[in-house]
Design a protein around this ligand. Structure first.
Ligand code: ADP
Ligand code: MG
Length: 255
């Protein structure tokens, strides 16, 4: 891990109507760092990931990934609204994996991975298919490339979703509770794929309730509560000996 931020989040605010759900988030994620976001339901974890990926517009502050911004910025005293091309370039650096795998049900595993390589990255079909195969093989699913999602287990579907995101060669991977919709016996295979991705040096922000994964794989853990980062620290330190009462309370309920 390099001590240089890939992601810079400064005083980020997000409102839904009158309700402020992100109340000034400050966070740097270093190159190669794995950061786990934990916290109670409704604390703003998904909203923060969605803002990083520009699925939501922020209402204040800024989010920067390398030298690109997720929204409007002030340059030399002038407001700069990013163009669609700039937003597209920004988003290409980010892969996202959701709780519900969001695969195309009418496409095979291979087609699910290849489609973005053709449509977004502009690869010729043969090149896209070769890359998609390599990516599926990476998550241990080469033998199931012709299967449709309905014939795959939840764990296998989530591994296809991870392969699809990785095939796009992102600089940053966002995971929003990637194992929460899985039967308990399928959680391990997804976590072990994620662990391998982390070990290869991918920068990752992972929302999860898997405290063992957070403790063992993450560099740091941030505890979110009511739209704020209430505590952030080295992963083992935060999980084994949290300082705030709210973090202690939360951990007692999920461990
Ligand atoms: P978490 O992922 O930590 O459970 P969320 O980011 O999903 O929390 O939600 C944070 C708060 O924002 C919650 O109070 C939720 O009800 C609210 N919220 C999330 N999305 C929307 C939306 N599209 N419209 C209105 N309120 C929303
Ligand atoms: Mg959520």
């Amino acid at each position: 891990m390099k001590q240089q931020p890939l992601v810079t989040i400064r005083d980020v605010r997000k409102c839904y109507g009158e309700i402020e759900v992100l109340k000034g988030i400050d966070l740097d994620v270093m190159h190669g760092e794995v950061l786990c976001l934990i916290g109670p339901s409704g604390s703003g974890k998904s909203t923060l990931l969605r803002c990083v990926n520009v699925l939501e517009q922020i209402d204040g502050g800024y989010i920067q990934v390398e030298n690109e911004f997720a929204g409007a910025t002030v340059k030399n005293g002038e407001l700069h609204e990013p163009s669609e091309a700039e937003i597209a370039r920004y988003r290409q650096r980010i892969g996202m994996v959701f709780q519900h795998f969001n695969l195309f049900s009418h496409l095979t595993a291979l087609e699910n991975v290849a489609i973005g390589l053709v449509k977004v990255r502009g690869f010729a079909r043969s090149e896209a298919v070769a890359r998609a195969r390599a990516s599926l093989s990476d998550v241990g699913l080469a033998h199931l490339e012709n299967s449709y999602p309905r014939h795959l287990s939840g764990g296998q579907q989530q591994r296809v979703a991870i392969a699809r995101a990785l095939a796009m060669e992102p600089r940053l991977m966002l995971f929003d509770e990637p194992t929460s919709a899985l039967d308990p016996e399928l959680v391990g295979e997804v976590l072990s794929v994620m662990r391998r991705v982390a070990e290869r040096g991918m920068t990752m922000i992972v929302v999860t309730h898997e405290m063992r994964f957070a403790r063992d794989v993450a560099d740091r853990v941030a505890f979110m509560d009511q739209g704020r980062i209430a505590e952030i620290d080295d992963a083992k330190k935060l999980i084994d000996s949290p300082t705030s009462e709210r973090t202690k309370n939360f951990l007692n309920h999920v461990k």
